[in-house]
Write a protein of this length. Structure first.
Ligand code: ATR
Length: 283
């Protein structure tokens, strides 16, 4: 589908630094696949220049932007509207210019949950308690989507307990229970889903040190890390027969609603796309 004015729809991702972003590769694949005359670029913008950059979107002809580190949490004052989802997650990853106004939303929670459902179809909110490791931005997106999905209990575990306590305070939901970092292995007992939202296991980082012995064999183990695709955590889980979900699908799925909002085409997330994005990893 093409823009009726035959004008190129300009979009992109803004971050600092930005060189490692896989988003141009991802959106570029869809633009080509659907024959859309659009453009998706990576923009390196320092935090202090973000407001000015967004203000200039109309004159630059840019109609949509993804935000990445460190802009997601600091963008709020520069937007005209921020939806409920982004407010609850405390971060904006999609900015769209409509009728001269800048709208912010967040699709990370959607990406998190859709990836889970797609790759672990037997899991449901009714399956049992969830253990979330980490209390940063990624954890917050995961928690919002899991609470909205109707899970009965989330055991929130973070190295720095005060950060987990603060998150629990923000959500003020009795289903969110903070547990001690030291007791992380024991707290896997009876869980139906374990999620790692930390950077542990990522290339260049130490692995997440956790003993899976108490985790039921049917529990899904979900690592939002995608480089490497199979972290030590997923390897250990797979070896004992637990279903596993890697983090690449979260990146792919969070992009789909933004692409649809900007280009009017709901894009497909499939294996061809996944393989194409994987080729973008330079080890
Ligand atoms: P993001 O917004 O991507 O989630 P973040 O806010 O920096 O990133 O959060 C990173 C998460 O990884 C945090 O939960 C952090 O724990 P702390 O709050 O204690 O810092 C966790 N993390 C990072 N390095 C860690 C390590 N070596 N051991 C345990 N947790 C770690």
């Amino acid at each position: 589908m093409t823009d009726t004015n035959q004008k190129i729809i300009k979009t992109g991702v803004v971050g600092w630094p930005i060189s490692h972003s896989l988003s141009p590769r991802l959106h570029g694949f869809w633009l080509k696949k659907y024959g859309i005359s659009g453009d998706y670029q990576a923009y390196a913008v320092q935090p202090e220049d973000l407001g000015e950059f967004l203000k200039k979107m109309p004159e630059q002809g840019i109609s949509g932007l993804n935000l990445t580190v460190p802009h997601k949490e600091i963008v709020f004052p520069f937007l005209d509207d921020v939806d409920e989802t982004a407010r609850r997650i405390g971060a904006v990853n999609v900015v769209s210019l409509r009728d001269g106004r800048l709208h912010g939303t967040n699709t990370d929670g959607y990406g998190f949950l859709t990836n889970l459902k797609d790759n672990a179809p037997a899991w449901s909110a009714a399956s049992g308690p969830v253990v979330v490791i980490g209390a940063g931005g990624a954890a917050r997106a995961a928690i919002v989507s899991l609470l909205d999905e109707g899970v009965s209990e989330i055991r929130l575990i973070n190295r720095t307990r005060t950060r987990a306590d603060q998150l629990a305070e923000v959500f003020d939901d009795p289903r969110l229970v903070v547990c001690d970092w030291e007791k992380r292995s024991a707290n896997l007992s009876g869980a139906a889903l374990l999620v790692n939202t930390t950077i542990l296991g990522m290339k260049g980082q130490p692995p997440l040190d956790i003993d899976l012995m108490a985790l039921p064999p049917s529990a899904v183990v979900y690592d939002i890390v995608y480089n490497p695709l199979e972290t030590d955590l997923l390897q250990a889980a797979r070896a004992r027969g637990n279903p596993v979900v890697d983090g690449l699908g979260m990146l792919l799925y969070q992009a789909a609603p933004a692409f649809e909002a900007w280009f009017g085409q709901r894009p497909e997330v499939d294996k061809i796309l996944r393989d194409h994005v994987l080729e973008g990893f330079n080890g």
